[in-house]
Design a protein around this ligand. Sequence first.
Ligand SMILES: CC(=O)SCCNC(=O)CCNC(=O)[C@H](O)C(C)(C)COP(=O)(O)OP(=O)(O)OC[C@H]1O[C@@H](n2cnc3c(N)ncnc32)[C@H](O)[C@@H]1OP(=O)(O)O
Length: 411
Amino acid sequence: MTTELRVLQRSGWDEWYGKLERAFGGAAEAPEERELWEQLTETERSIGAWDDGECVGTAGAFSFGVTVPGGAVVPAAGVTMVSVAATHRRRGVLTSMMRRQLDDVRAWGESLAVLTASEPAIYGRFGYGIATHQMSLEIDSSRVRIAQPPGADADALRLRFVPPEEAVKECEAVYRRTVGTRPGMLERRPGWERLPLLDPPGERGGGSPLQCVVAERDGDVAGYVRFHNKPDWTPAGPDGSVVVRNIDALDPAAYAALWRFLCGIDLTSRVTAHNRPVDDPLLQLVSDIRRCGVRVRDSLHARLVDVGAALGARTYRAPVDVVFEVEDAFCPWNEGRWRLSGDAKGAVCERTADAADLALSVRELGAAYLGGVTLSALAGAGRVRELRGGALAEASLACGSDVAPWLPHGF
Ligand SMILES: CC(=O)SCCNC(=O)CCNC(=O)[C@H](O)C(C)(C)COP(=O)(O)OP(=O)(O)OC[C@H]1O[C@@H](n2cnc3c(N)ncnc32)[C@H](O)[C@@H]1OP(=O)(O)O
């Protein structure tokens, strides 16, 4: 079978997206959701695979800015909308699209590609490593208490319901201020502020329309939460749930106040949140972590498209000077030895003929890139080999991040 890869034309979006929807089960999305994705699709960065006039494969790449350790926002391709028709699966169509896409990303001058995978087993073969994790919580709010941070003046905060669309500017301002504080966060380009407001009735799972509460101090928004309230009644009484969509705050007092609010909503006894950082300060505020139903799963997968540029774009929390021997069969321009020298102020990563200190594949570099997975942990699984004594501890310490990297929303 031969398929032809072509750049997507705006006029072909509907058909292309329809094929993607079919590969994901065939249920049509709500019109407002479809309309937003159409607006956000960068057609010139999207491709279709065509077999004799029929679109049988789709893949896109958003223009993202991703926060890296040190706080810089690095241009990255946000790989998305990947699908292959069930009639054409396992014949190499995805592989051909990944080949083309990584060549394109390189040509666009972006050193990093990121994605969230429908299934985590798919993308390792193309050099992606799991770089961030997300925590989900199911809090028994009838038993768990949320502490007030010492010294916090709860009376200085005013919590207020606001229609989500009315508060979007203030909430985005809070989001923007948090972007640089945590690796993995995405700078939201114009249009993307609509994503967290999407609220198709079919996706509320029986819950209320989206609700928004802001926490204000001296009239300024210091935090917000968007959530659904899902009532339930049992013979023993009310047993509703609160489903958190987003929560963000600029200081511990506002953050704790918002969680206290969520856990105290009348007629509910559960608060669930599907996507929180694994080091969420909430874990330090709860009275009983065992009743918080904590689970962790993979989130952002990262691929260094240009090893030298990507490793040189972040900083390192301790001085480091190591030579990596990098294996990268899918993007052979990365293969070979790279010397990384840097510290908390900056770094350079250049080709070298010096002896290697650590041997690993580009997939491990992707996993460690945002500082959430240590090189030592990867070495423990045999995925990083130490060739010079001490190099592993040095590089592992330097590459880590004090704040767990986290992707705040899917794409
Ligand atoms: C970033 C995103 O958008 S994630 C969304 C991905 N899309 C989906 O999950 C939609 C439903 N699934 C699909 O559309 C397709 O099955 C795809 C895109 C996952 C795979 O497309 P295919 O054209 O079948 O993949 P292709 O034939 O190129 O397979 C390449 C290799 O990956 C493997 N592979 C493909 N899909 C999977 C999978 N889901 N799990 C594990 N391995 C997989 C193949 O076995 C093959 O391995 P090999 O090289 O050892 O033989």
